[in-house]
Design a protein around this ligand. Sequence first.
Ligand code: AMP
Length: 303
Amino acid sequence: MSVVIAGSVALDNVKTPQDSQENLLGGSASYAALAASIFCQPIHLVGVIGHDFPKPHLDLLASRGITLDGLERNSGESFTWTGEYHDDMNSRTTHKVGLNVLEQWQPQVPEAAKTAKIAVAANMSPDNQMQMLDQVQADFVAADTMDLWINIANERLHDVLKRIDLLVINDSEAKEFAGTTNLVDAGRKLQAKGPRFVIVKRGEHGSFLFGEKPEDFFACSAYPLHSVFDPTGAGDSFLGGLVGWLAANGKTKPTFEDLKTAAVHGSVAASYTCEAFSTHKLQTVTLADIDARIAELRSYTNF
Ligand code: AMP
């Protein structure tokens, strides 16, 4: 079972209260693909990089069973994101976004990836998401987005919502997009715009999953971490882990119950991302690591 994931492949410059590092492997597709690859391989990555993209980053992705046939190499500069976390690590400031090669890019899904049963349009412009979705024949399609696209490409984002089975979005963006201050209301309003399932991510507080029936609601816990080092990419890792679990378990037409289990696995995958800069911890995670944290989380949340 394979998964195709399109999105940004970035060079991130990240500052936290403890440290700062530059030219880190980042991007929505990189995180999602690495998290998915814990559960299922191959993962087909669709993205674009520039001439300045370090080879070790590519070698790392390939070493985790991520196929790079859909990764376009462009002579321009790579997409870059520069951000800073503040004391409580829950708030961050984006200092600079260098769209660079992303500006003119149109995703090209390789032949081998077109028949993947699960497709993810990770965070990128809604135009790019639509271009990607036009090329795949997946049974299950998931997408993420962010405030930038809600503000500058709202109409196009509504088109994306009509094409997907699952929207994953963070809490403040869900409220903004749905035009409400209540999170449950936001989840249901977004669902009414198209997707059968909506997940609202709530950072260290976990996430809310909304299914088709009014009683289909699940509060997914985050794994309680003692210290968060760099949460960049946690949302993308959540989505990647979720679809990786679905693929590994043959759930290409998932029920609400399947999505509950998938969300818990995504949540645990994301916890590893927060423990080191960039993908440094995520890229070492095994299924046994995931299972151990799932067991812990089960004991913390059952009563
Ligand atoms: P998250 O922390 O889950 O919001 O994801 C952060 C990742 O998203 C970083 O690695 C960035 O490179 C990437 N990113 C930031 N802004 C954008 C954007 N406008 N389009 C696509 N990816 C982005």
